[in-house]
Design a protein around this ligand. Structure first.
Ligand SMILES: Nc1ncnc2c1ncn2[C@@H]1O[C@H](COP(=O)(O)OP(=O)(O)OP(=O)(O)O)[C@@H](O)[C@H]1O
Length: 517
């Protein structure tokens, strides 16, 4: 389906026209006969389930992959894009989900890297600096140019990536799930910048799972499913429900399912008076108390970086606090002999880490190896002390079936799965052991709307079966949709605790900034 909305931008040649694009990976048709038409000076959304082929299409446009067949035209001219340098030469810039910056260089040096305007470095430095200052002024993308990238917060790194692309002359900017790593405030700022860029004539291609963002920012949207384009429409004709249905091919139920107060059971985990200082002696958690009861989902709300990650680490045995105590499975743990991950698992505690790549999977492993990670000592996976690889493979195939991991291939490398499918595999591994306590960090980061619905239903089913579930999420919508009880964190402390019936977005927002205590 396609319809044009009247706007002056429509008269200009298409910024990007990809036509008849096909790309296979073995048996998988990642892109099948894809047609993408992006008008100049617009923000164009690309949505679709995990594995629908969005990243593949953008990787073809940016020269990471070559299409098996099809053609590309940029600003009305047919082009051949063999690698990223070709894309940059044609005015295409891309900001990846995982930033491509060198940590040990400054922001300025990162921009100059590979694009030095003068062989005399000092001259180059001055000319890049003044151009960047002008760009920052014009766009609102402020970054400290002399700071080391390693010291920059995530939002600044992203701004730097965008600056770098613009500095290299990007007229078309591809953003792959740019808000997945941002706080709500940073997201708002990014959108302001993107609107400014659009006014200045930049075309923006936005891959996202957040349909609210599509509705709020985009001019048009293309929906992909199973490698194909299934719909392309102006935003005025779209709605969240319509897009969700086009993405997954059926109606999707989002948000809260019930608002009842439910009886909760015994305290299964009891954390008291925890103090955590990091290596630089900065206090990360202070005076922290938390009880988790059987049959409840407790949501931890807060702007990222306010102690939520440290809380998950302490509870899962990855980090011993300097002070405090923990009761779990009838045992008490004190700082000098804190819980370790293996004991945690043995006591029925499962953990879905926030950072899937660093903590939850080993990207160099094939899927079945990642799917038994941490559980390879189970009797189920061992015969007389030997690891039973056959049974691990079979168990992985069952996990893939139950959690609809695509493709259903236990032998495929972990890195070859799309982000959402990696997340489903990790959830399948952790939920599969029927834990008594379940810790989940950012349960649906990078996950599509159909899979979100499924993951929520699985977490609710765990709760209903008597599991104590702790969900840490930077998405307030997610906290409100899942939790029975909400605690809010700010600067390492709990600033509020509310039953779900007493939660309002404004109230939680205030507690998140440390106000309203
Ligand atoms: N290098 C690769 N080797 C094998 N298969 C791949 C490779 N890259 C992608 N695929 C497969 O191609 C399909 C499309 O993947 P792609 O990453 O483009 O989806 P996506 O829509 O971007 O998903 P997500 O929203 O989860 O990021 C998937 O089935 C994926 O497993």
């Amino acid at each position: 389906m396609s319809s044009e909305s009247a706007s002056p931008a429509m008269a200009a040649p298409l910024a990007v026209h990809m036509s008849g694009i096909n790309k296979r990976f073995g048996a998988v048709a990642a892109n099948a006969d894809v047609e993408l038409r992006v008008h100049s000076g617009t923000v164009h959304g690309i949505v679709g389930e995990n594995g629908a082929g969005k990243s593949t299409l953008m990787s073809i446009l940016y020269g990471f992959y070559q299409a098996d067949s099809g053609s590309i035209a940029v600003l009305g001219k047919p082009v051949t894009i063999r690698h990223a340098d070709d894309a940059i030469a044609h005015g295409i810039g891309m900001v990846h989900q995982h930033f491509m910056l060198v940590d040990t260089l400054t922001a300025l040096e990162n921009v100059m890297l590979g694009a030095e305007p003068h062989w005399l470095l000092q001259k180059a430095d001055a000319s890049v600096r003044s151009k960047l200052d002008a760009l920052m002024q014009a766009t609102g993308l402020q970054v400290k140019l002399d700071a080391l990238v390693a010291d920059l917060p995530v939002g600044d790194r992203q701004r730097l990536e965008i600056l770098k692309a613009l500095y290299r002359g990007a007229k078309v900017l591809i953003l792959d799930e740019p808000t997945a790593v941002l706080t709500p405030q940073e997201t708002e700022h990014l959108f302001k910048v993107l609107r400014v860029l659009r006014e200045q004539g930049t075309t923006i291609l936005l891959i996202t799972h957040k349909l609210k963002e599509v509705m709020g920012l985009c001019d048009r949207v293309t929906v992909m499913r199973g490698g194909r384009v299934v719909q392309e429409l102006p935003i005025a004709e779209a709605s969240i429900e319509k897009l969700a249905e086009a993405m997954v091919g059926r109606k999707v139920q989002m948000g809260r399912v019930d608002q009842d107060t439910r009886p909760v059971g015994d305290v299964l985990l009891d954390l008291r008076d925890v103090l955590v200082r990091d290596a630089m002696q900065v206090v990360r958690l202070q005076g922290l108390n938390l009880q988790l009861r059987a049959g409840e989902i407790v949501g931890v709300a807060g702007v990222s970086g306010n102690g939520q990650s440290e809380l998950l680490d302490v509870l899962s045995g990855l980090l011993a606090p300097q002070e405090g105590s923990l009761q779990l499975g009838g045992q008490q743990f004190l700082p000098q002999r804190w819980l370790d991950p293996q004991t945690a698992r043995a006591l029925g505690l499962a953990h879905v880490p926030e950072d899937r790549h660093a903590r939850a999977m080993v990207m160099d492993f094939v899927a079945w190896e990642s799917a038994v990670l941490g559980y390879d000592g189970l009797t189920e996976y061992a015969t007389r002390g030997w690891m039973a690889h056959g049974r691990m493979r079979q168990a992985t195939a069952r996990m893939m079936e139950r959690f609809d991991v695509r493709p259903r291939d236990p032998e495929l490398g972990s890195s070859k799965f799309s982000g959402g499918n990696q997340q489903k595999l990790v959830l399948a591994r952790e939920l599969g052991q029927s834990p008594k306590v379940l810790l989940v960090g950012q349960p649906t980061r990078g996950v599509d709307i159909g899979a979100i619905e499924f993951i929520y239903s699985q977490l609710r089913a765990m709760r209903d079966a008597g599991c104590a579930v702790l969900v840490v999420s930077s998405e307030l919508d997610e906290i409100l949709a899942l939790s029975d009880r909400v605690i809010v964190m700010n600067q390492g402390r709990v600033t509020g605790e509310l039953a779900i019936q007493d939660c309002t977005e404004a109230g939680i927002g205030l507690l998140m900034t440390g106000g309203g205590q």
